[in-house]
Design a binder for this molecule. Structure first.
Ligand SMILES: Nc1nc2c(ncn2[C@@H]2O[C@H](COP(=O)(O)OP(=O)(O)OP(=O)(O)O)[C@@H](O)[C@H]2O)c(=O)[nH]1
Length: 370
């Protein structure tokens, strides 16, 4: 049964984190369907100039607040504080029904520590909210490679109260066991729940109690102290730009097309891109208007070399058609990707070969790396 928090009691806030494409939105969509999640406000943040996530979160749109483009742990952190403060104000003044809980989904690239520090310690939020827990999603297919390469991913796991293992249905039993062991070493206190096995549900993921950094590894306390010191130092100015803990070699860009494209052209574009630059394609997601079924958008999800089976939606979520693909890459020449897409989309530039020529010889576009 849904419970409602009395107006002046702190509302529990859960932070949902996990690296790019690990399965945060999928988990959130599943959780939001549970009756116990009534009265939940969802705050999402995405990285990329063409917003896609809000289209893919399947809830009545007024329950979802989207923060602007940028990353929650740096440029958008002030906006998160303002959004939470505004929600609390609207509840206090009766303009919004009392909230049962808030879920903040971070971008896959976010260092969760500054986000946690804001929720736990920002003076504007202290009375209205309490940090309930951190849920970190770890992808069995890409988890180990991600932990090897990205410090953010290690932090996401280390701060968690609950770890949700995803994609165990796609990985070998050995890979799952090895990742589980590594996650347990990084965070011995957090239960690891297998989403594919149906283990991660509302009851096991929420109401963790008050977030307690002292139950985490020594590193977590150190990271949070470092953020607090940083915040104190920057008090009242430059609120937007401190706390960067990113690997700045990431690049985000989008590809758009405002008319339908043949399914085969998209499939070949994605195949060629993955075979030429798969390791650098940290995340690719988007919505495609195909010639074959223009009424039903095709949703594409890729993580590194793996392309998840595309899914058709019943209708255009925001009424706007066309293709919007967002890519987060590392060491992939953007110009190559754009020209490749243009060629498959049938708009070759002056010096760009067309689709047929490309399918025969991907070397025809500069930037191809065998
Ligand atoms: N087979 C399988 N696919 C999954 C599982 N969890 C997520 N996926 C797929 O993984 C892809 C990415 O999932 P998302 O939920 O969008 O991942 P995310 O963490 O929200 O991604 P970003 O925040 O955009 O980086 C989608 O195609 C999902 O259907 C799982 O347990 N098994």
């Amino acid at each position: 049964m849904a419970f409602q928090t009395a107006p002046r009691q702190p509302v529990p806030v859960s932070v949902l984190t996990g690296f790019l494409g690990a399965g945060k939105t999928t988990l959130l969509n599943r959780l939001l369907k549970a009756p116990d999640m009534a009265g939940t406000a969802v705050i999402i943040n995405e990285f990329g100039d063409v917003p896609i996530d809000h289209l893919l979160v399947e809830q009545a749109s007024d329950g979802i607040i989207e923060l602007s483009d940028g990353c929650l742990c740096c440029t958008v952190r002030g906006e998160l504080v303002d959004t939470l403060a505004d929600l609390a104000d609207r509840v206090q003044t009766g303009r919004l029904a009392p909230l049962a809980r808030v879920v903040v989904e971070t971008t896959g690239l976010a260092d969760p520590c500054p986000v946690l520090q804001s929720i736990m310690a920002h003076p504007a939020l202290l009375a209205a909210y309490r940090l309930d827990g951190v849920i970190a999603v770890a992808d069995a297919l890409n988890g180990e490679a991600t932990l090897d390469a990205h410090e953010e991913a290690v932090r996401q796991i280390a701060v968690a109260d609950r770890i949700v293992l995803t994609k165990s249905d796609l990985a070998s039993a050995e890979a799952v066991a090895s990742l589980r062991a590594r996650l347990a070493r990084l965070n011995p206190g957090a239960p690891i729940l297998d989403a594919a096995g149906g283990k991660a549900d509302v009851g096991s993921l929420f109401d963790c109690g008050l977030y307690d950094p002292s139950t985490k590894s020594v590193d977590v306390e150190r990271w949070l102290r470092a953020v607090a010191a940083d915040d104190h130092h920057h008090h009242d100015h430059d609120h937007a730009n401190h706390g960067h803990r990113h690997d700045h070699r990431f690049e985000t860009f989008s590809l758009t097309l405002d008319r339908p494209i043949a399914f085969a052209a998209v499939a070949n574009f994605l195949d060629l891109l993955r075979s030429t630059h798969g390791e650098g394609l940290l995340r690719m997601k988007g919505i495609v208007e195909t010639v074959e079924e223009p009424e039903r958008p095709l949703v594409i999800h890729g993580v590194r070399r793996f392309l998840h089976p595309p899914v058709r939606l019943a209708a255009w979520p925001d009424g706007r058609r066309g293709t919007r693909l967002v890519l987060i890459t590392k060491d992939v020449p953007q110009d190559y990707v754009r020209r490749l897409f243009d060629a498959f989309a049938g708009r070759p530039g002056i010096d760009t070969p067309d689709r047929t020529a490309l399918e025969d010889n991907p070397l025809a576009i500069g930037g191809y790396r065998p």
